[in-house]
Design a protein around this ligand. Structure first.
Ligand SMILES: [Zn+2]
Length: 95
């Protein structure tokens, strides 16, 4: 699955659904929907879905934002998508 297909799949879920799953300590695979427990993974490292082996960024709760997906990286650091726990969407930089 291509990177942009993964992003499209991510947005196919409503923010409320995604945040609800994340707040239960689970990450829903963007490819096969398998839910993986976050407490066994290192935040902001890459993990593999146990079912379909799809690569994903392990989400991390920073204050009231979920960092959920890398958009790209360059000289200024890495761009990540983040969602506020209250389900607003924003993009921000992270070093
Ligand atoms: Zn999967």
């Amino acid at each position: 699955m291509g990177f942009f297909d993964k992003i499209k799949n991510l947005f196919a879920r409503t923010p409320e659904q995604l945040i609800e799953v994340l707040n239960r300590g689970l990450y829903p695979c963007a490819n096969c929907k398998q839910e993986t427990r976050l407490d066994q993974l290192v935040p902001l490292s890459f993990g593999n879905c146990p079912k379909c082996n799809d690569l994903f960024l392990v989400p991390h709760l920073m204050e009231d934002w979920w960092v959920i997906e890398p958009l790209g990286a360059g000289g200024m650091g890495a761009m990540v998508l983040r969602r506020q726990v209250g389900a607003h969407l924003g993009a921000g930089g992270a070093q």
